[in-house]
Design a protein around this ligand. Structure first.
Ligand SMILES: [Fe+2]
Length: 106
């Protein structure tokens, strides 16, 4: 599990700077990803139909939260958005070289 070395995991005693906010959003994204993993693990580990359905629904809501936070992060730090786009482009190049049809981004 990631262990972020910053104090913004709980109450923040003041208004954050822009850079601190960016770091806090990264931490929030990590928290959402961890939640997805945990809900998914618990869903896979039960045969209780209701529990499975509730956990999977919550897990999917967390995925939407990742999308919201990533979009916010890119808005706050456009340079980071450029890096992410660069990585996306690299994988698309690999897909093309491997002759794999990319899935369409929703
Ligand atoms: Fe969430």
């Amino acid at each position: 599990m990631p262990n972020f070395a910053n104090p913004f995991q709980g109450n923040v005693p003041r208004i954050m700077t822009q850079q601190e906010l960016i770091q806090a959003i990264r931490l929030d994204i990590a928290g959402e990803l961890e939640a997805i993993f945990i809900y998914d693990a618990h869903s896979q580990a039960t045969d209780n139909e209701l529990a499975k359905k509730v956990l999977e629904e919550i897990r999917d809501e967390e995925k939407a939260h990742v999308g919201e936070l990533m979009t916010l992060l890119w808005q706050l730090d456009p340079a980071e958005a450029t890096k992410f786009s660069s990585g996306e482009g690299e994988v698309k190049e690999m897909l093309e070289k491997l002759n794999i049809t990319p899935t369409v981004k929703p």
